[in-house]
Design a protein around this ligand. Structure first.
Ligand SMILES: [Mn+2]
Length: 310
């Protein structure tokens, strides 16, 4: 099975995954659960392509490069139409990679995060903390007549006990939605920083109260294994037009970068970057932003490992 949209390039031109690559990237080229514009199945290929501009991949903030420790596992071979069949097929593939590598997953639509969290919970034997960037709360309990989709995973993950509720943190939320959906995470004990609450806070200094609150929350709960789920539509469409459900008045690339860089020492165990739909992109803005965030995350992990060893 080899669909035309699967990638034949590699993130940062990294070699294939092996025992010599503690970090790995894998694509999940699935977009069968989108509610508006389809096309995120082409995300992995576009994000990898964009990553090639990063050359030696030495990150200017961390002064380190993931290259040398990073492998690319390619795109997971998955069924193409059924959400249930996709998730079933994905679990053993994800588990095998999680056991051997610190993973960055490139979507695909956001429905891939639920099976990933199931795999992480099984591996760690405990619920995870999650930092979730998104324009959408993804706490809807009905997906246009279906029980599950790309806008339900937060609700499902909390209901299933995959997430430690107090350590569920959302940033950038701003889409239409009723109060019970929009504020569900907060009602469950978690933290929400809406796009409106984050307006004008872009530098590390401006974001200090937000960063402090997130750190305090993780510390208060003993720093559970922390997962980053980054929906590229957290960004304003000016920064990321190439996505299925764009929402104006969103975050800036610099704002997201500040958060990722400043929190890089937290106990991250994996990440995904989802919802890049290249057909709606302009000048590769969106895939460049996604590649940059995945690279920043991986560079931060390498830097954190280095400082722990020192
Ligand atoms: Mn979204």
């Amino acid at each position: 099975m080899n669909f035309a949209f699967l990638s034949n390039n590699a993130f940062l031109k990294a070699p294939p995954v092996s025992d010599a690559t503690p970090f790995a990237v894998a694509g999940v080229a699935w977009d069968g659960s989108v509610t508006n514009r389809p096309g995120a199945r082409f995300g992995p290929r576009a994000v990898r392509e964009a990553s090639h501009m990063l050359c030696d991949a030495t990150h200017p903030h961390f002064d380190t490069s993931p290259l040398g420790q990073l492998g690319d596992a390619g795109d997971l071979a998955l069924p193409n139409t059924s959400l249930v069949a996709m998730r079933e097929a994905m679990m053993p593939l994800a588990e095998a990679l999680i056991r051997r590598h610190h993973m960055a997953w490139i979507g695909g639509d956001h429905s891939i995060t639920l099976p990933l969290l199931r795999a992480y919970k099984a591996w760690f034997g405990r619920p995870l903390a999650v930092i979730h960037f998104d324009a959408h709360c993804d706490t809807w309990q009905d997906h246009f007549g279906e029980p599950s989709g790309h806008g339900t995973w937060v609700y499902e993950a909390i209901q299933e006990g995959l997430v430690q509720r107090e350590c569920m943190v959302q940033l950038g939320i701003r889409s239409a939605g009723t109060r019970d959906a929009r504020e569900y995470v907060q009602d469950q004990g978690g933290l929400i920083f809406t796009a409106r609450a984050l307006r004008g806070l872009e530098s590390p200094g401006q974001l200090a109260p937000v960063l402090r609150a997130i750190r305090a929350r993780m510390a208060a709960h003993g720093h559970p294994p922390l997962y980053l789920s980054l929906d590229i539509d957290c960004l304003d469409p000016a920064f990321a037009p190439g996505t299925g459900t764009p929402e104006p008045a969103g975050m800036s690339s610099a704002q997201v970068a500040s958060v990722l860089e400043e929190l890089a020492d937290l106990n991250f165990v994996g990440m995904d970057c989802v919802e890049v739909a290249p057909a709606y992109d302009h000048a590769e803005l969106t895939s460049n932003a996604a590649a940059n965030f995945v690279w920043t995350y991986l560079s931060g992990r390498v830097a954190a490992t280095r400082s722990r060893a020192a």
